[in-house]
Design a protein around this ligand. Structure first.
Ligand code: CTP
Length: 397
């Protein structure tokens, strides 16, 4: 909920500006006060009247507005908010922000503000992929600006790819996460998620049926409680939640490196289904059928990331949580796995095909800790995530 939160919404000039009208509604439905700022270019796409009607407040448009200066100066306007959201953030606005320009109301507010800023980029795919935009993006990220999206898909200009503005509800989710006063505020939590892909050759790989749904739901639930989540994810079916720091990897070795780089953290949750083996004989050319018989694949064991982190001498997170995917003797196997891995808790689940859990929307888990095994009833993966996030918050806050 956003009751009492004040959002300064800067609407840039892009076709996606129409979604910002819905965004205003959604933010207000949740109790937020929205002060809109419309750039000159933004006015070409949505009218000041519709923006102010939806916001229920005056829309600010001019840098040199005598009324505004008498009522509230632009410096003040930039500081009364709890969060400044730029949606859509055009390539031009991003460039101005990265360069520190202040030649209109929006860019001046962005330079003068001392409140957190979130941008929601939207532009043509070529503009997004251009080296200049990517450079600006990195600069803005380095300046501590939160970035939401963009999504991939068909674009109004007829092209396809990344550049579509995130949907209003995705933005609301990110805003809620950014403004959360939950019990995990100020805590940094690592979550691994999804499968890993271990290449055989450039077109083939070894994988598993993990969809990434449980890890994603957990990252979302922890974020909703105010945590800063570093989300190290393999190639999952589901998109990462908004408001987390995403580190995308393919292989177990890459996941191990990303996990090491994310430390120190206050808690680490290993929900990824890491491939146990990689192909050491992976070819950089596509393997061909030959008359000489089948290809001989050689395997090596992948690093056990959970085991490694649980046994760190330095920087061991105060709470390390593993998952145990079992198909038989679930509690017995998972209890032994907790001791073998050296983690504090194990979330055990039965992934035998009859349960429909792997790749499904529900989960039936048993939480195993020092205190013993606690069986939770079968429930949606979101509900498991919320319950687990609440337990983590109790344990570390
Ligand atoms: N895990 C990991 N690195 C690996 C393998 C597993 O970090 N190379 C983590 C998983 O993220 C999970 C836990 O270890 O939290 C258990 O994973 P699971 O696949 O159930 O266990 P395995 O180690 O593969 O054990 P086994 O093969 O005996 O089932």
């Amino acid at each position: 909920m956003l009751a009492g939160k004040h959002i300064l919404l800067i609407i840039g000039g892009g076709i996606a500006a129409f979604k910002s009208l819905d965004l205003i509604r959604r933010l207000r439905e949740r109790g937020a006060v929205v002060t809109p700022v419309l750039t000159r270019a933004g006015e070409e796409f949505v009218t000041p009247l519709s923006v102010s009607a939806l916001a229920g407040r005056k829309v600010h448009r001019d840098l040199f507005d005598l009324d505004d200066e008498a009522e509230m100066g632009h410096i003040q306007l930039s500081r009364v908010a709890d969060l400044v959201v730029v949606a859509p953030a055009t390539a031009d606005l991003m460039a101005k922000m990265a360069g520190g320009l202040a030649n209109d109301l929006a860019s001046t507010l962005l330079l003068a503000t001392d409140t957190p800023v979130m941008i929601v980029p939207a532009m043509n795919v070529r503009m997004w992929e251009h080296a200049a935009t990517q450079r600006n993006l990195e600069t803005l990220r380095g300046d501590g600006i939160a970035i939401v999206g963009p999504n991939k898909g068909d674009m109004a200009c007829g092209e396809h790819g990344p550049g579509r503005m995130s949907e209003p509800m995705e933005i609301v989710e990110a805003v809620e996460a950014a403004l959360s006063d939950g019990p995990l505020k100020g805590r940094r939590i690592l979550v691994t998620s999804g499968p890993t892909h271990e290449p055989i050759d450039p077109v083939r790989y070894i994988a598993n049926r993990s969809s990434g749904a449980q890890g994603t739901a957990l990252a979302r639930a922890l974020t909703a409680l105010g945590a800063h989540v570093v989300f190290v994810t393999g190639p999952a079916d589901v998109a990462p939640p908004e408001g987390v720091e995403v580190v995308a990897v393919q292989t177990a070795q890459q996941m191990q490196e990303a996990v090491a780089a994310a430390l120190p953290v206050d808690a680490a949750v290993f929900a990824a289904a890491v491939a146990d083996w990689r192909v050491t004989s992976a070819s950089d050319r596509k393997l061909k059928k030959t008359k000489d018989g089948l290809p001989a694949l050689e395997f090596a064991e992948n690093p056990d990331i959970l085991h490694g982190v649980s046994h760190l001498k330095e920087n061991r997170p105060p709470l390390v949580v593993g998952f145990a995917a079992e198909t038989n003797d679930v509690i017995e196997n998972a209890t032994a796995k907790r001791l073998r891995k050296g983690c504090d808790w194990i979330v055990a689940n039965d992934v035998s095909p009859a349960t429909g859990i792997m790749g499904g929307s529900e989960n039936a888990v048993t939480l195993i800790s020092d205190a013993g095994a606690e069986e939770w009833p079968r429930m949606g993966k979101d509900a498991v995530a919320q319950k687990l996030a609440a337990r983590i918050a109790d344990a570390i806050s």
